[in-house]
Design a protein around this ligand. Sequence first.
Ligand SMILES: O=C(CO)[C@H](O)[C@H](O)COP(=O)(O)O
Ligand SMILES: [Fe+2]
Length: 226
Amino acid sequence: MQNLKRDYKIAPSILSADFARLGEEADAVLAAGGDMIHFDVMDNHYVPNLTFGPMVCKALRQYGITAPIDVHLMVEPVDDLIEQFAEAGASYITFHPEASRHVDRSLQLIESAGCKAGLVLNPASSLDLIKHVVQRLDMLLLMSVNPGFGGQKFIPATLDKLREARALIDASGRDIRLEVDGGVNLETLKSVAEAGADTFVAGSAIFNAPDYADVIGQMRQQLAEV
Ligand SMILES: O=C(CO)[C@H](O)[C@H](O)COP(=O)(O)O
Ligand SMILES: [Fe+2]
């Protein structure tokens, strides 16, 4: 057992929630122990699926959600949506570097809009992509599935990449959250935490369970053992 003593955060992805009752669902996962809402924005262009935009983020804030909202942009281009999401109440805004022509500029736009900034790397994308912008990052999100859909199987090569990312983050001297997204469940969570992640997106593992508090409680239990 390692004792890493990280500040672990669980980020339920509302991609797997009942969209007809989104406010109640967001409330329920937070009451069940979730730390932040993971908000997957898909444009049917960068990824082959279509979800929701800033109006829905704003509606969640107006409904009374005060927890951080972690906006994962799977859109191309990126910049036009940054200000809109900041105004809609986003806390973190992360994007895929391949989807922005000027990655450093997009990161600066997020910071100037008053949000925490992050990059998202697909399974085949190299960690070299963060090398020259690491001092602008508040979050690095490693995809452990190809983006576009919930309920996919965790790609095991992510574990080595997480270990490398953890070393890069520790060497940077910055407080950067290392988030993992895709196929995180009670079978994969512990190995992901041991590999260095501190923030865990889970959609289907939580929303497809009959009792959100029970599954989040089991996740916390596993994290306490890392
Ligand atoms: O970004 C995503 C997909 O592109 C989702 O956040 C992710 O897939 C969560 O779903 P699950 O936990 O069911 O894998
Ligand atoms: Fe996501």
